[in-house]
Design a protein around this ligand. Sequence first.
Ligand code: GLU
Length: 517
Amino acid sequence: MSNEVRVRFAPSPTGALHIGGLRTAMYNYLFARKHNGTMILRIEDTDQSRYVDGAEEYIKESLKWAGILPDEGPNAGGPYGPYRQSERKDIYGQYAQQLLNSGKAYYAFDTTEELDALRQRLKEAKANSLQYNAITRMQMKNSLTLSAQEVEKRLAAGEPYVIRFKIPLKEDIRINDMVRDWVVVHSSTLDDKILVKSDGMPTYHLANVVDDHLMKITHVIRGEEWLPSAPLHVLLYRALGWEGTMPQFAHLPLLLKPDGNGKLSKRDGDKLGFPVFPINGDFPGKTGKPEHFSGFREAGYLPEAFVNFLALLGWNPGTEQELFSLEELVRHFSLERINKAGAKFDIEKARWFNQQYIKQKSPSELSTYLIKELKNQDIDYKEHLLERICDLMQERIDFPFQLWTEGQFFFLKPTTFDQQLIAKKWTDEAITILTAYQASLAESSDSISAEEARDILSNILDTKGVKMGKVMQALRLAITGRGGGPDLMEIISILGSDEVADRIQYAIDNVKVSTSN
Ligand code: GLU
């Protein structure tokens, strides 16, 4: 066997992909790239009862947005396809048959009532586990307890059956997990899992192991919730005679709620107002009712910031470096540096990453976001000013959409004014200065530099003996409607003297100090 690394991301299309799932995909991708290996996307859709229309598309779109492009998969194709388990149905039967033939699996004909009765009996006997296992299987209706003729008869009559795996009674199963080191599980804690359901479809366990083997997967990197299934998978590899080429396992830590108390859920996001999914989607929720799943993409996160943020939730580079492009992540990534402990989700950190990546963008890149917004709002703009506006706003925003929400005054005259600021700063003294400034600007040429705008104001202030600090907020209020924002003289220069003179006049005529407070 060649030692080419082959990994897979194997989601089930049951709804929106939680960001934990996207992180799993990303770690698989990083590991594959790092070792010049291959990453496969395999859609695990054997459970038709949980299948949700549109979920596969959602998964692919999320991966694409994050820049995680599988080398093999339903779209990319590849030599080990098909990559959708529902299209591989015929493959699994022969392996179930192999296990039946070698006595490693058996037919079970028990009805739902009989299974309920077993559970009830075990409950009453206060048994440690309520399972179909090495002990209880001998009390049930299966090909271990029924005669060969009886089994034949039932099969020939088309009686419903499942195929169960015969878990050995007493065996230690040792798994060398790349994240958790040795995990040892005793077989007596496992039940005789169903491998083939009564509808003839394989269960996740059988299909997953068969496909990992046939697709020559070398490393299974997946969420911690699958760790309890790993011993069963090891036994299946053994039973199928594939132990020699069994993949190595790496089970990833959970993503935790912000307070660290339990797994991060959609409800946490809804409650605390942050996304828990990569992109927006509408799918049936837990109760079956349609629900909205809000995504990082639509909340204004840049894919590179999202990827960087997510990569560090569960993996650490071992240095102080925090900013990593996808290429840099590939270079630094290793399974050894995945943390064992769960990672607390911190939306402020995500925001911080977004801000860092916005700072790295050129004003011309940023202006594309602004143009989109202006077009959406049907607002006229002067193309040559956009980069200057973005340059001024860049340091002040966490999200591209804020170029518009925080910078609207570059395009629209303010018609409402911050009441608190009026109460504090709209003084007679300020109005006198503003009136003079307005008159000067009205007479200057429309095109004005920030320095010229400042000089004109300074002259007026000097003549009248008023300090700059006494009027700046009122001036800002008149021009932008609000307090805070980028350098006011730069704003004046971008707007031009005529527009600013108009705005000051409008404010003088319309801003009223409320007498009620
Ligand atoms: N289909 C499983 C899931 O939805 C895959 C688990 C695995 O990677 O083995 O997560």
